[in-house]
Design a protein around this ligand. Structure first.
Ligand code: FES
Ligand code: FE
Length: 373
C-alpha cells in the first residue's frame, strides 16, 4: 500500500486486536524472531543480579555473571524442568542458580556445577546439561534478547529505526542512555492489545483532547503533529522540560549540546520500546504483551548518575507528569480495545491524514505475519 497516494488509509481490522489466533502468530513471527527488550542493564548492576520474564511464551532468566557479563537463559532446570527463578528480579547472593526441587546448581554463566547423587550415573555428562542460552545484547543500556538460533546483530534491527526517526543517530547517542541510572520505575497493567499502545504513541491527533497538560507544554502536539513534523518537538515559550510545571530542576544530561535544551524526541523501537528524550531525563516505555487484550507496560525514568546519587534527588516532577499522560493514553487504548471484537469494527476504521504514518507500522506487522497489506 502506498500511504502517500491517499490521505485516508484504513486501519487494521478489529480481529488483529482481538483474535487469540492472530496474537499467537504475532508471538511466533514477531516476538520469537526479533530482538525484544526485556529490561535495563542499570537494573542489574552486580554479579548475581537477575530478572525473569517471558518472551513469546518462553521463560527467560537474565543474570549478571561474576565476570560482569549479562547472559540470558531459558529459566528451566535441565533435570526435570522446574522453573528456576520465580521472582521478577532479585540478587543471587550465593552466586549460584540452585533449583529448589532436587538442588541441581548452575554457575552464573549457566554451567551445571552440582547435581546430587549423579557422579556415578553412567553416561551422565554435566557439560551437556548447562542452562540453555538465549542470545542477549546490551544496546544503549537496554537488554535485548532474541530467541532465534542465529540472530543478526541487534544494531541491524534498531539503528535503522533511530535513523528513520532522527536522521542522525549522533543525536540519539548524545543522550548517553547507557550511562544513565534508573531514578523511578512504574508498571502498568493495561487492558489493550500491544499494537493499540504502539499506534497511540505514534500519533498526536488525540493530544489536544486527551492531554491538555502535555499540549500546553508542546504547541506542535496541540496542533496534532507527532512523527511527521520535523525531528524533535519544541517546547512552548518559557517551557524547559516535560514536568507538571514545565520547569527544569536538573542540569542538561551530560552529553547534550546547548541546542538540545528545548526539545523532546519520542520514538518507537519495534517491537516493544518507546524512547522519550528530554533535556534532563530519559523515559523508556517497555511493552510486554501478556495476552491478546492485555499488555504490561514498564516505565523507567533515567537520570544522570550524579543526579540520582545526590541526597535531595526527587524525580517526582518528571514521574508525575508522565504518569498523568500515560494514564490518559492507557484509558483511550482500553476504550478502543473494548470494541475490537465488535461487528462495527470488523473492517476496521480509517486514519486521518495527520496519523496516516501509523499504517506503515500496520504494514510492517502484516509483513511479519506473512499477510497481504
Ligand atoms: Fe531441578 Fe530436579 S527439577 S533439580
Ligand atoms: Fe498520548
Amino acid at each position: 500500500m502506498n500511504v502517500q497516494a491517499s490521505p485516508i488509509v484504513p486501519t487494521l481490522p478489529g480481529r488483529f486486536y482481538a483474535s487469540p489466533e492472530l496474537y499467537r502468530r504475532e508471538q511466533e513471527r514477531i516476538f520469537a524472531q526479533l530482538w525484544t527488550c526485556v529490561g535495563l542493564a542499570a537494573a542489574l548492576p552486580q554479579a548475581g543480579d537477575y530478572l525473569t520474564t517471558e518472551v513469546a511464551g518462553e521463560p527467560i532468566l537474565v543474570v549478571r555473571g561474576q565476570d560482569g557479563q549479562l547472559r540470558a537463559f531459558l529459566n528451566v532446570c535441565r533435570h526435570r524442568g522446574a522453573r528456576l527463578c520465580t521472582e521478577p528480579c532479585g540478587r543471587l547472593e550465593s552466586r549460584v542458580i540452585q533449583c529448589p526441587y532436587h538442588a541441581w546448581s548452575y554457575a552464573l554463566d549457566g554451567r551445571l556445577i552440582g547435581a546430587p547423587n549423579m557422579r556415578d550415573a553412567e553416561g551422565f555428562s554435566p557439560s551437556a546439561y548447562g542452562l540453555l542460552p538465549v542470545a542477549l545484547a546490551v544496546w544503549e543500556g537496554m537488554i535485548w534478547v532474541n530467541l532465534a538460533s542465529d540472530p543478526p546483530p541487534v544494531e541491524s534491527q534498531l539503528l535503522p529505526r533511530v535513523v528513520e526517526r532522527l536522521g542522525d543517530p549522533a543525536i540519539f547517542r548524545r543522550y548517553g542512555i547507557g550511562e544513565l541510572r534508573i531514578g523511578a520505575t512504574v508498571t502498568y497493567d493495561v487492558a489493550a492489545n500491544w499494537k493499540l499502545v504502539v499506534e497511540n504513541f505514534m500519533e498526536c491527533y488525540h493530544c489536544a483532547v486527551v492531554h491538555p497538560e502535555l499540549s500546553q507544554l508542546v504547541p506542535s502536539f496541540r496542533a496534532g503533529y507527532a512523527y511527521q513534523h520535523g525531528v524533535g518537538a519544541t517546547f512552548a515559550e518559557g517551557v524547559e522540560t516535560l514536568t507538571l510545571t514545565g520547569k527544569r530542576t536538573r542540569p542538561l544530561l551530560p552529553g547534550l549540546r546547548p541546542e538540545d535544551d528545548r526539545t523532546y524526541y519520542g520514538m518507537v523501537l519495534l517491537p516493544n520500546v518507546f524512547v522519550n528524550l528530554h533535556p534532563d531525563y530519559v523515559l523508556i516505555h517497555r511493552l510486554e504483551p501478556l495476552d491478546v487484550g492485555r499488555t504490561r507496560i514498564v516505565c523507567d525514568w533515567l537520570f544522570a548518575p550524579d543526579v540520582v546519587e545526590s541526597p535531595d534527588f526527587d524525580p517526582s516532577d518528571a514521574v508525575d507528569f508522565w504518569d498523568l499522560v500515560n494514564r490518559q493514553d492507557w484509558a483511550m487504548c482500553e476504550r478502543c480495545q473494548a470494541s475490537m471484537h465488535s461487528r462495527a469494527y470488523a473492517e476496521g476504521g480509517i486514519f486521518a491524514p495527520i496519523e496516516s504514518h501509523i499504517r506503515r507500522f500496520n504494514d510492517w506487522v502484516l509483513a511479519q505475519l506473512g499477510e497481504d497489506a
